[in-house]
Design a protein around this ligand. Sequence first.
Ligand code: SAM
Length: 258
Amino acid sequence: MIDHTRPNIARVYDAILGGKDNYAADRAVAAQTQRIVPEIRDVARDNRAMLGRAVRYMVKAGIRQLVDLGSGLPTAQNTHEVAQSVASDTRVVYVDNDPVVSAHGRALLAENDRTTVVTADLRRPKAVLDHPDLRAAIDFDRPVGMMLVSVIHYLNDNEDPTGIVRAYTNALAPGSHLFLTHFCAGTPEALALEQALLSGLGTGRFRSTKQIAAYFDGLDLVPPGVVHLPQWRPEGGVRRPLTIAQRLMVGGLARKPA
Ligand code: SAM
């Protein structure tokens, strides 16, 4: 049973992106974020655009298995669509703890036998990694692209986000990649947005670029490293200086060495 009266992370994000899978309570939180950062939709779009570039990078580098943790409601250019447009044999497992996200994903993917949807809480890496549907799709003896896109900032410090990310990367074979984006602290707008997410959704923890870069410790960062999203291997030119909105998130992609 969906509670429409309480805002929810996946639906607020959908509302910010301009999607249709959201309710008044979600739109109210989205509107609050837009009052703080009028270009908030660009932040979400930059995040999706970097997701597309990073997925293309991983598949072109030979990765044929992707695990998208905290995958969200289906939108334009979903991970499997991007990946399978580069190499049609790429297998994708979507993991989200929101049953509505899973239901939409399953409906979208009914006819795609290389894509799997798992309902699980990414804060329990062992349960996720041992999930029979994930194990059926992913061979952990071969390189995997592990994705944590715009989701680790919904984990509080006392939930040990570093340990959780590490549990996933420890399970990966050499040549695997970690792709992560995250809200970053350091501007008045970031502070106000963090407060709005905390009061609207009950969760939100923006971190410094240094803290976010530490999630990649032990891995080899793909140049240019952990940077603001539009600066990560842009396909067109980047306007400088970055806008306030463009400085709200950072992301990076790294390879696990042998
Ligand atoms: N990764 C997508 C993207 O970047 O476009 C969606 C990001 S959306 C902001 C965050 C998603 O993470 C939501 O769908 C939410 O349900 C999911 N999520 C939040 N906490 C989670 C958890 N503990 N386990 C699994 N999924 C989670």
